[in-house]
Design a protein around this ligand. Structure first.
Ligand SMILES: [Fe+2]
Ligand SMILES: [Fe+2]
Ligand SMILES: [Fe+2]
Length: 420
């Protein structure tokens, strides 16, 4: 049975989020770290602190671009359409995170002299107010440096905004922390690893939990752009179906599904402008697009016990004749799982509707795939299996992708589409 550490998976996710918004690189780990130290100062129970550290690690997952994120930090009003609410929807997909969804949802809700313990009649967890102030501290110190002078300025600013914006207990904790030199030096030096591992390093995930959390990842990857909103869902299900037809065990089929969810995680490093460009790409843009599988590999290689998943996910643009990327592997190095993913990725891309064109039919798909086999790019046996089962496989894809569309509409109702 495959198991992995929650922290390892979270590190990969936060690494990916960092790539998405280089201006905020390290932000999630920083907030999680500060949350940990603040929680110790507040003498919170270990279990509560674990939730808060995990919440810190993903609090901005609903923010799809740095611009949007910064706008929210400036604007203190929260609403259904801000990244906290969207982040909570992501967190709700993963049952282990259900306790922290509300913390994420309300992490920009001001304290309002205590009225902030509720939002429109619903209770707001105090943890949301802790993340709010941790977030503020980290953003402020990032701009002003970590000196004693900056810390004093920080405390003055926090006090001025308490209790209007910040919860008084947390504000007092921050004031008491400014003399603890090591905290600020850890922040300055991005030294978080050991501290974070010491609090959440023991949390492990079994295969079912991994499936859930990577499904959540896949939505974060796909929902960045309506051009990709349904892609990973389709690839994952086609790959899983092909794996079953090839004779993989049920566990292997699940690994294939997970690899499908993650195969494009490196796309988080590619800007939306390039993802959404419908015209032809110039050489520089092409380089950037092509780098996505490199980043997929580098992100997944850090996760314990993910070697097989990584091999199946990150090699999907390698070709049997050695002309693929990023490693230039050939038939000798490409296991069946990687070959399945390559076929699933291409088939999905051909069959699925894109905002700028409708999907192609089964005959056209078969022709294109057979040409790719003839050119030495992809595996002929797997393509044969795909074509002889195309009706059934495509039904699975259509069902999965229309579910993905519905979910996407729920995240980004049509009236907000233009805003992102
Ligand atoms: Fe935020
Ligand atoms: Fe933040
Ligand atoms: Fe790809």
């Amino acid at each position: 049975m495959i198991k992995t550490s929650l922290y390892g998976l979270m590190s990969a996710l936060t690494g990916a989020l960092d790539m998405m918004s280089p201006q905020l690189a390290g932000h999630h780990r920083q907030v999680a770290y500060f949350m940990l130290r603040m929680g110790e100062q507040l003498k919170l129970k270990r279990e509560e602190l674990k939730d808060l550290v995990v919440a810190g690690l993903i609090h901005d997952i609903g923010a799809l671009s740095a611009d949007q994120l910064l706008a929210i930090i400036e604007n203190e009003e929260i609403s259904e359409n801000d990244h906290g609410f969207r982040g909570a929807k992501f967190a709700e997909m993963f049952s282990t995170f259900s306790g922290i969804a509300d913390i994420i949802k309300y992490h920009h809700h001001p304290w309002q002299d205590g009225a902030g313990a509720f939002f429109e009649g619903n209770p707001v967890p105090t943890g949301a107010h802790y993340i709010n102030i941790a977030d503020y501290v980290c953003s402020f110190m990032g701009v002003h440096g970590y000196t004693m002078e900056a810390r004093k300025k920080l405390v003055a600013r926090v006090q001025r905004n308490t209790p209007s914006r910040f919860e008084p207990g947390a504000a007092a904790a921050v004031a008491e922390m400014i003399n603890k030199e090591y905290i600020w030096l850890d922040l300055k030096n991005n030294h978080y690893e050991e501290s974070l591992e010491s609090i959440i390093g023991d949390l492990t995930l079994d295969l079912d939990a991994i499936e859930e959390i990577t499904l959540m990842f896949s939505k974060i990857i796909d929902f960045r752009s309506r051009f990709t909103a349904r892609h990973s869902a389709g690839v994952a299900r086609i790959a899983e179906a092909l794996a079953r037809l090839v004779g993989f065990s049920e566990t292997e089929c699940k690994l294939m599904l997970i690899a499908g969810y993650l195969h494009d995680i490196g796309k988080l490093a590619v800007s939306n402008d390039i993802l959404e460009k419908t015209g032809s790409l110039d050489a520089k843009e092409l380089d950037i697009i092509r780098s996505h599988t490199y980043y997929t590999y580098r992100l997944l290689e850090k996760i314990p016990n993910f070697e097989t998943i990584n091999t199946w996910a990150a090699y999907h643009h390698e070709k049997l004749d050695g002309t693929g990327y990023p490693f230039g592997l050939d038939a000798r190095d490409l296991p069946c799982g990687s070959r399945i993913m390559a076929v699933a990725d291409i088939a999905t891309a051909i069959l699925e509707d894109r905002p700028y064109r409708a999907g192609l039919n089964h005959e056209q798909t078969a022709n294109i795939m057979n040409n790719l086999v003839a050119s030495g790019a992809i595996d002929g046996n797997i393509v044969k299996i795909l074509i002889s089962n195309i009706e059934r496989i495509d039904e699975i894809r259509i069902k999965t992708q229309s579910e993905a569309d519905n979910l996407y509409e729920n995240f980004y109702p049509p009236e907000f589409k233009n805003a992102y």
